[in-house]
Design a protein around this ligand. Structure first.
Ligand SMILES: [Zn+2]
Length: 321
């Protein structure tokens, strides 16, 4: 069996043995720009500032970080060469996503309305298997996950449905997991239904931003259907719920753990704005190590459960058979 056919995690530099992956942040950005769409007038951005981002990532590595998944989709700032540079500079395992974000942010060049589901799926599978050729780099850069895949609203629009169906097919064909953007609603269940209808394995699906919809019944339904959920707004402080909702989230997480669901929960921070960086008095990429995990330990969460959520689960999701 060639290395590319064995079970592996696909980083931006090369495939690696899954066992090489330690503590992992499964839903992050290292550069993203969300302002350049019609009708949006603010300047929401995580600036592409190489010295600053390199230093922030180095602090994460020094705090015990091993890997980070950059789920920035094409059209809002994804750049394989940027990720390769950061991986080389920091020694972190960086994983790149494929696919498209959500209705408002689909790039015009995608020509989505005129393309078939099959051709969209082909493009993602190509990025997973052949990779993206970048001038100046020896090897093409391959995607290691599909996502983040989202909806603008608490429902799936017609165009978004086309992308979701293609994502389900691409996951089935490539073996890549799917990670989603599902905010402040139960829309993640509608996403899951579309992926499954196209043959994706629900065990390969992570419903993202689950902490923005803090409802136990919602979490239990995701788990009952065989998928995973992700608390990935940890340490955020944009909305009142983010600023004040953490105690309730920890209660819900403890409830999930007490029911034996540590194997279905992932944790991350979704750094997506300059103000989240330590440089600008934010939490950087180390809120889990600095604050959140110590709070879980204070509440009696075992190291075994913490390792399950921060090492074993992301490793399983990122392993491609
Ligand atoms: Zn995100």
């Amino acid at each position: 069996m060639s290395p590319s056919r064995a079970a592996r995690v696909q980083t931006v530099l090369s495939p690696i043995e899954p066992s090489e992956l330690g503590f992992t942040l499964p839903h992050e950005h290292t550069a993203i720009s969300l302002w350049h769409i019609p009708g949006r007038w603010d300047y929401w951005e995580l600036s592409r500032d190489e010295p600053v981002i390199t230093q922030e990532l180095a602090r994460y590595r020094d705090a015990g970080g091993s890997a980070l998944v950059d789920v920035t989709p094409a059209g809002v700032g994804r750049d394989p060469a940027w990720l390769v540079g950061l991986a080389r500079a920091t020694g972190l395992h960086l994983v790149m996503g494929t696919g498209w974000y959500r209705g408002a942010y689909y790039p015009a060049t995608l020509d989505l309305d005129r393309r078939t589901v099959a051709s969209l799926a082909d493009e993602m599978v190509r990025e997973a298997e052949e990779g993206i050729v970048v001038e100046g780099l020896d090897a093409p850069v391959r995607a290691g996950i599909i996502g983040e895949i989202g909806t603008d609203k608490p429902w799936v629009s017609a165009m978004e449905e086309r992308v979701h169906r293609a994502v389900g097919r691409a996951s089935r064909r490539s073996g890549l997991a799917i990670t989603t953007h599902a905010v402040m609603s139960a829309v993640g269940l509608a996403q899951l239904e579309l992926f499954e209808a196209e043959g994706a394995d629900p065990g390969r699906v992570v419903i993202g931003h689950a902490d923005s919809h803090p409802r136990l019944d919602h979490y239990l339904e995701i788990i009952r259907r065989g998928a995973n959920l992700e608390f990935d707004f940890l340490g955020m402080s944009f909305t009142p719920q983010e600023r004040h909702g953490e105690p309730r989230l920890i209660d819900l997480l403890l409830e999930l753990l007490s029911r034996g669901h540590a194997d279905r929960v992932l944790l991350s921070q979704d750094v997506c704005h300059d103000q989240q960086l330590k440089r600008y008095e934010g939490n950087g990429y180390t809120y889990l190590q600095d604050t959140f995990l110590p709070r879980l330990r204070e509440r009696g969460v075992s190291q075994a459960d913490i390792d399950q959520m921060t090492i074993a689960n992301p490793r399983r999701i990122l392993t491609i058979d």
